[in-house]
Write a protein of this length. Structure first.
Length: 301
């Protein structure tokens, strides 16, 4: 009896450990952020003819595809991940998952998400989802090894999730979806440049010609930090005149935008680990403030 109980506990531990590895392979924190932006896009879109379960369907499809993209990205970058300090303990470099397992899991989840949206949502949403996968896996991921402009390319699929939420609600792309896309696009650049500075040596070791690696003086990097943070302020406020946000959002976006800009200016003028980390923290706080104020207004409306 004791032996059988011990075997069951050992088997349960193995299953739990394997499940944890698979979850890690899908980059759950990124998936959670993606789903938040999908929710915001859905919440502020017109809902005149939206089926009651539309939000649930787009979240399921987006979660599947985003998780699959995370696994396939790790598969494609397993060699460089193995030599970078912050990624060498991921499932593939640490040999806790085989490349074939990652391929099977990633492909099934990614294509399953597109198929689910085709069946449960609409063709436009499935198409935006497919474009997100294409841009992330077939453009951004390989371009990271080739050009310092890969971050701009990667910001395109990174800005599409709120558009998925919008199209799930409206089955169209219009000015509201375009503004949401632009907000997410602009926000990403200072955010990723801050990450790049923090892990500059890692990226250089991995052979990635990121802007922060090739820009030895930091002048171009700093200029881009300031430019994108500055342009983000008026663009984020566009949601008010087009009728998608109100006064609470306006104040929140203005305060958060200038805080983001101030952190970018400081990081640009004094490029070091401390100012880069501060910019990263401000960026991580900025987006939830922006999106949260939109959701708050929608709940109270």
């Amino acid at each position: 009896m004791n032996t059988r109980g011990g075997q069951q506990l050992a088997l349960r531990a193995i299953v739990q450990d394997r499940s944890q590895v698979y979850v890690e392979l899908t980059k759950p924190r990124i998936t959670a952020m993606v789903l938040l932006t999908v929710c915001v896009g859905y919440a502020i879109a017109p809902h005149a003819a939206t089926p009651p379960m539309a939000l649930l369907h787009v979240l399921i499809g987006a979660a599947l595809s985003c998780s699959g993209a995370g696994a396939l990205n790790q598969l494609l970058e397993r060699d460089t991940d193995s030599v970078m300090g912050r990624t060498r303990f991921r499932p593939l470099p640490s040999q806790r998952v085989s490349p074939w397992q990652a391929l099977a899991i990633g492909t099934t989840l990614a294509l399953g998400g597109v198929a689910y949206l085709l069946a449960a949502s609409n063709r436009l949403t499935a198409g935006v989802n497919a474009a997100t996968l294409f841009g992330y896996l077939l453009l951004y991921t390989p371009l990271k090894r080739i050009t310092p402009h890969s971050t701009l390319v990667g910001a395109i699929p990174g800005a599409l999730p709120p558009v998925m939420g919008w199209t799930a609600a409206t089955n169209e792309i219009n000015a509201g979806a375009a503004v949401l896309f632009t907000i997410l696009f602009l926000w990403q650049i200072p955010h990723f440049l801050a990450i790049g500075r923090l892990y500059r040596d890692d990226y250089a070791r991995g052979g990635f010609p990121m802007l922060v690696v090739v820009d030895s003086s930091g002048e171009i990097t700093g200029h881009q930090m300031i430019t994108y943070a500055l342009v983000l302020i008026p663009v984020s406020l566009l949601l008010v005149p087009i009728g998608l946000a109100g006064g609470f959002y306006f104040v929140s976006a203005l305060v958060a935008g200038f805080a983001y800009l101030a952190a970018a200016v400081i990081a640009a003028r004094d490029p070091n680990q401390r100012t880069s980390r501060r910019l990263l923290i401000v960026s991580v706080l900025h987006l939830p403030v922006l999106l949260g104020s939109l959701l708050f207004e929608r709940i109270l409306a």
